[in-house]
Design a protein around this ligand. Sequence first.
Ligand code: ZN
Length: 222
Amino acid sequence: MSDKDDLALCLRMLEHQGIIDFNGHASIRCDAGMLINVGSSQRSRLTAEDICTIDLDGTLIEGRGKPPLEFHLHAGIYRDRPDVQAVVHAHPQWSTYLTMTGHGYRPVFAQGTLLHPVDTLDTPDSINSPEMSARLNAVLRDRPAALMKSHGAVAVGADIVEAFVLITYLEENARRQYMAQQIGTPYVFTDAEIAAAQAKLRNPGLFRRTWDHFAAKLEDAA
Ligand SMILES: [Zn+2]
């Protein structure tokens, strides 16, 4: 599969899980800048045809349609983080509920530790300028993910599989944390438990298995 096919599959899987809706975008770094879905694309039916190539200033190099207005989010991360090869930005419900109510992200299940610690950008504004991108990067720092108050989440990875899997874990952890908070105080993993879970689970083979799991579910639903 080409990078465009992987990116399209990633976005369809995110839509199928409800992590993105009519908004949401993902990108893969390339020589010219990045591959990213065009802003107007129908996320649930996305194909490689809906992926465009832009440079880090947002100039369209190839493709049908314009990049999303928040391409600055991706461009800023690629500029500051040479380790990052893929970025996913979404407006997922459960993660966003936590940010709306001032609840910090707590690692409450094993896979959720891979994101820990996660900080929150203190504004719901779109990342539609270099200035906003710099503010987000100051919150993301060298970590795999950040939350954005009453807005959404971003996850990054060494490839699109990792970025996809991490935002999936982030949202699942947030869902479990939210639900547990309805009936009590959720158990939060200790530093030792976090270190052990991270050592075991930060593994490209496991990331691929998680990706394949969601790809199969999408195929079954078709
Ligand atoms: Zn957004």
